[in-house]
Each structure stands twice: as structure tokens, then as C-alpha cells.
Design a protein around this ligand. Structure first.
Ligand code: GLU
Length: 455
């Protein structure tokens, strides 16, 4: 069984980079009929907040990435970690180290002088030095002193860290709290995680976590280190490149399936297909197709993908989302599907779609002053005559052409005042679409309202 997990540190909102590794983990578990777990890495009490955990859960709910099992919180598992630290101490695979900060600094300085990489020198290993009275020791794990730690990364291929790149690192601080790499390894093992998919900023942590697995004689999971998302200039993605908070995409009118589609394609591909439904992602996703190099965030591509998903949305779902999230209620509107067809073509985001739809659904409450100042009673009389003329016809397109000929006028002389009446401004949708969506009767009502404002 494939078991994956997403293990965020709740220090802020859910970042789109985080959502992407979560998505890969989710797809891989679901595709294999496995389990997708959620673990909150909240041991850094100073930097973590409950708010952030809530924000992560909210984002998961929005994108409908359901997890399995209960959420594990590392902050509630300290007893478990202490038990495993004791086990290593008892077996002689970990030991107490009494080195002070001054001693560590001195060691580092010496090593740097000799041009060596600073690392702990193992001076308390195997009881080489006696304990110091009155000093609270840290616990260090014994890592191999020769050879190397090798693993086959599912994205990067064979990765090797020589023993000289590792030292006996601290697994419990002097206040007995466990350290990051230790708890990650313990939790992944106890939660039965088989496939660890995470950002490649964690690659250098992996040999340490493997050292923990090896100390316990556990089989190591498969690792997949996913390259970062960069901006167009090849730098780390930041706020300046667009929203990095997943929930901002909701507020800005993106569909969750579009965001997931976009994120999946950032760093993964399936032939040259760009648009994927959730079902297709589930069918085609395989971490072996994750790109080896970093991928660049491209806001206009996201917009395009969003538009494609908006076009593919069912009217019912769109109506529900517009009502719940964008304050646009189409429920009582007669020509819903005609209206949505027009709006779907025009709008790349739900925000734009709501604005467009509301122009039809809501009668104008004010008029663009400049446009209004140009409207004359004669203009309105033309529109009125046209509406009576068009009311007898099926084909609005033909009706417009014929009417312009009969009256010997040009399109703007009809179109502008009609649009001001309908939308409150001279620009807007095409006349035929407007007639078809609103109907003559409604346009007449709006025309009467405009009349009252024209002297
Ligand atoms: N908590 C880590 C983070 O938020 C992820 C750890 C992991 O996936 O192993 O970056």
C-alpha cells in the first residue's frame, strides 16, 4: 500500500509550493488506492500558530483534497519521541554530549582555520570523555563514520552523501526537546509512510533522517524531492510575482481545479497535454514524470487554464459558486444559460464573470455621467421604436440591420443609448446577445428608468 503525507510547518498561510507537493502526494496515494495523511509539524512553538493550521485546513477543503485518518500534531507527540530517544541511548546508538557553546565555537573556528567544514568531532562518542557535573547534556545520534548514505530519489536519481558530510547530530536538545530531523523520521515510520514527496529544499535533511532509520534498523521509504517553483527570472517565488497564498486565488476568482491543474503542470508533464480534469490527473499522475529542473511560475498561463476550466464548468456549479463567493445571485434570472454562455466566453476569472453577469442581472442604479450627458430624447425615441420593431421578430440580427436601414442611422446611434439604458454605460455586450439574454420587456423597463434621467 502506498502511504504519503503532507507535513506542513504551520508558520503562515498555505503557500502554492506547499499545495503542489501536497497535490503530488495526494494524487499518488489516491491513484494507488493508498492513504494520504496530514501531519502538522508544530514543534517550533514560537513560530507556529493555530491560525496557520486552520488556514491550511481551509485551503485543503477548498481544493477538496480529502485526507485519511486523523491529523497528527507533532506538538502532542513529545512522549513518543522521548521513548525513541531513550531506546537509542539504551542501545548505544545515541549518547549524551556535554560540550558547551564556547567549546563548539572554538572547535568550529579551528576547523575553519584548517579549511575544513565545521562539524562535531564526536568527542563524547563511546564514552571518550566523562560526563560533566551540573551540565544538562544534549543527545547525539551516532552516524556512520565511513562510507556513505545512498538512496535512489524518485526524481533526482541516485543521491549520495559521504560520511564526511555528516556528523553525530543532535536529536534532543539540553531541555530534552527533540530536533526536527529526528521527529520527521520517527513520525514517517510510525505513520507507515512509504513515499515521501517534498520540496528539494529538504534534500540535505534526508541523509540525517535516513541515519535515524538505520539506527533503528528500519526500512527507508522512497523519496521524491520536487524542484522548487521559481519566478520568471529564475529566482525564488515571492509575493511580487503574484499571490503565493492559496486562498488568495479563491478570492481572485480562480477555480480550485484550475489551480490544481496549473500546479500539477508546474514541474510535471504528461505528453503535451495542458488541461487536466481531476480524474485525468488521477489517471495519469506518476512521480516518475516530475521534472528534474525547477519550474517557472507563469501567471498568464494560470489565467488561461482558469478560463478553460470556467468554460468547462456546469452552469449549476457556477451559479452556486457565484452566489456563495462572489455575491452574484443568478437564481431568479430567466435566461441563465444564455447569460452564462456569454460570460464564460468573456471572463477568465470568476471575479470578472460575476461583474459581467451582474450587469445583466441587476438594473443600473446610476449612469456614467459622461455617457448620460450625451443621451437625448431623440436617441431614446430611436431605441423605443427599435424595441417595438424587434419585438415582432425572431431574428434580432436581421432586425437590427433592417431597422438601421429604415431609419438611415448608424449602429452607435442605436447601440450607445440602448447600452446606457441597459448597463448604465455606453460600452458592454453585443446588441444581439443583450436582446437575447434580457428580452425586450426588461430592456423597455430599463429604458423607462433612463428616460426619467434625460431632459
Ligand atoms: N515541515 C516541512 C515544511 O513545511 C516539510 C517536511 C517534510 O515534508 O518532510 O517544509
Amino acid at each position: 500500500m502506498v502511504v504519503t503525507r503532507f507535513a506542513p510547518s504551520p508558520t503562515g498561510f498555505l503557500h502554492i509550493g506547499g499545495l503542489r507537493t501536497a497535490l503530488f502526494s495526494y494524487l499518488w496515494a489516491r491513484k494507488n488506492k493508498g492513504r494520504f495523511l496530514l501531519r502538522i509539524e508544530d514543534t517550533d512553538l514560537a513560530r507556529n500558530s493555530e491560525e496557520a493550521t486552520k488556514a491550511i485546513l481551509e485551503a485543503f477543503e477548498w481544493v477538496k483534497m480529502e485526507r485519511d485518518g486523523v491529523i497528527e500534531y507533532q506538538s502532542k507527540r513529545f512522549d513518543i519521541y522521548a521513548e525513541y530517544i531513550d531506546k537509542l541511548l539504551a542501545n548505544g546508538d545515541a549518547y549524551y554530549c556535554y560540550m558547551s557553546k564556547e567549546e563548539l565555537d572554538a572547535l568550529r573556528e579551528e576547523q575553519q582555520k584548517r579549511g575544513e567544514r565545521p562539524r562535531y568531532d564526536g568527542r563524547y562518542r563511546d564514552g571518550k570523555l566523562p560526563p560533566k557535573e551540573g551540565v544538562a547534556p544534549v543527545v547525539r545520534i551516532k552516524v556512520p563514520t565511513s562510507g556513505s548514505i545512498v538512496f535512489d530519489d524518485g526524481v533526482k536519481g541516485r543521491v549520495e552523501f559521504g560520511a564526511d558530510q555528516l556528523d553525530d547530530f543532535i536529536i534532543a536538545r539540553s531541555d530534552k526537546t527533540p530536533t526536527y530531523n529526528f521527529v520527521v523520521a520517527i513520525d514517517d515510520r510510525l505513520m507507515g509512510v512509504t513515499d515521501v514527496i517534498r520540496g528539494d529544499d529538504h534534500l540535505s535533511n534526508t541523509p540525517k533522517q535516513i541515519a535515524v532509520y538505520q539506527a533503528f534498523g528500519w526500512e527507508i521509504p522512497r523519496f521524491f524531492h520536487v524542484p522548487m517553483i521559481l519566478n520568471g527570472e529564475g529566482k525564488k517565488l515571492s509575493k511580487r510575482d503574484g499571490a503565493t497564498n492559496v486562498m488568495d486565488y479563491r478570492a481572485n476568482g480562480y477555480l480550485p481545479e484550475a489551480l490544481l491543474n496549473f500546479l500539477a503542470r508546474l514541474g510535471w508533464s504528461h505528453g503535451d497535454q495542458e488541461i487536466f480534469s481531476r480524474e485525468e490527473l488521477l489517471e495519469f499522475f506518476d512521480p516518475k514524470d516530475i521534472n528534474r529542473s525547477a519550474s517557472a511560475f507563469n501567471a498568464s498561463k494560470l489565467l488561461w487554464i482558469n478560463h478553460e476550466h470556467i468554460k468547462a464548468q456546469s452552469d449549476d456549479r457556477l451559479i452556486e459558486t457565484l452566489k456563495n463567493d462572489f455575491d452574484a445571485d443568478l437564481s431568479g434570472f430567466e435566461n441563465q444559460s444564455k447569460l452564462l454562455k456569454l460570460c464564460k466566453e468573456k471572463a477568465q476569472t470568476l471575479t470578472a464573470l460575476a461583474i459581467e453577469a451582474k450587469k445583466f442581472v441587476l438594473r443600473p442604479t446610476s449612469y456614467n455621467p459622461k455617457d448620460l450627458s450625451r443621451v437625448t430624447e431623440d436617441n431614446l425615441a430611436i431605441v423605443e421604436r427599435f424595441l417595438d420593431f424587434a419585438a415582432l421578430r425572431q431574428d434580432f440580427h436581421g432586425a437590427i440591420e433592417e431597422f438601421l436601414k429604415i431609419e438611415n442611422i448608424k449602429m452607435p446611434q442605436l447601440g450607445k443609448p440602448l447600452r446606457i439604458a441597459v448597463f448604465g454605460e455606453a460600452s458592454g455586450a453585443g446588441l444581439v446577445e443583450t436582446l437575447e439574454i434580457l428580452g425586450i420587456k426588461e430592456i423597455k423597463i430599463r429604458l423607462q428608468a433612463l428616460k426619467k434621467c434625460v431632459k
